[in-house]
Design a protein around this ligand. Structure first.
Ligand code: ADP
Ligand code: MG
Length: 238
């Protein structure tokens, strides 16, 4: 667990300014949801926190350490994507243990951590299966298992539920929240779905066109939107 602070974070791709100087404070263990319409810069911001995309200027601070120049593997984060990104030729257990193996953990250590994560996520019966033998919800659970085995300080989710049907999406929201209750890992969760944001967030960050329009407790934002954009997007009563 760690607090995460973004200070004047900007991103340009060539001549195109995509993130215009964003400041966000995330406290230790907080569940923060970045929400906004498609193309507003949510994934870019998340990828910069992950270290998958260099920042153009500003600072990213994790637990008191400026991580701007650190590779993804040297940041204490785990990321869960929309498309799961499971290795098709590896079993569930191997998928879950892969990042540990990659970091030189012993076989015994890997087995113990995979078992721990499988218990938490109810994946024990599926450990020997392959991704093609799993449902969408099960795949998403394996992707979460792969993220938690390392017990990172920060979880990053990029629209993890958007490929699931409506019923499963609602169930998985509950599972992700339950996981957060249990592990209390600082979480940055990206979605374009305002209902998902309102129901999951401790704090929501409403983005539009590369800027932060408002940050706050979801109900406060709903009751007192900062501007027309936020009111319209969140669906606050006029
Ligand atoms: P969101 O996740 O909110 O839908 P993105 O972060 O994916 O938005 O994209 C924000 C903007 O940055 C979009 O206009 C997109 O076209 C642009 N963008 C994203 N990645 C790149 C890239 N690698 N090169 C150029 N433009 C990009
Ligand atoms: Mg995106």
């Amino acid at each position: 667990m760690a607090p995460v602070t973004l200070r004047s974070v900007k991103k340009s791709f060539g001549q195109s300014d995509v993130i215009h100087g964003v400041d966000i404070d995330m406290t230790d263990g907080e569940f923060v949801v970045l929400v906004g319409p498609s193309g507003c810069g949510k994934s870019t911001l998340l990828r910069m926190i992950a270290g998958l995309e260099p920042i153009t200027s500003g600072e990213i601070d994790m637990g008191g350490r400026i991580v701007n120049d650190l590779e993804p593997k040297d940041r204490d984060i785990a990321m869960v994507f929309q498309n799961y990104a499971l290795y098709p030729h590896m079993s569930v257990a191997t998928n879950m243990g892969f990042s540990l193996e990659h970091r030189g953990a012993s076989k015994a250590e890997i087995a113990e951590r995979v078992q721990w994560a499988a218990e938490i996520l109810g994946l024990e019966p599926l450990l020997k299966r392959y991704p093609r033998q799993l449902s969408g919800g099960q795949r998403q659970r394996v992707a979460m298992g792969r993220a938690i085995v390392r017990n990172p300080q920060v979880f990053l989710f990029d629209e993890p539920l958007s490929n699931l049907d409506a019923k499963l999406r609602v169930d998985m929201r509950g599972e992700i929240k339950a996981l957060h209750q249990r592990l209390k890992t600082t979480t940055v969760y990206v979605t374009h779905d305002q209902v998902e944001a309102m129901t999951m967030a401790d704090k929501i960050v409403v983005m539009n066109a590369g800027r932060v329009e408002q940050i706050g407790d979801p109900l406060d934002v709903y009751d007192a939107p900062a501007n027309r954009f936020v009111a319209g997007f969140i669906g606050s009563p006029a």
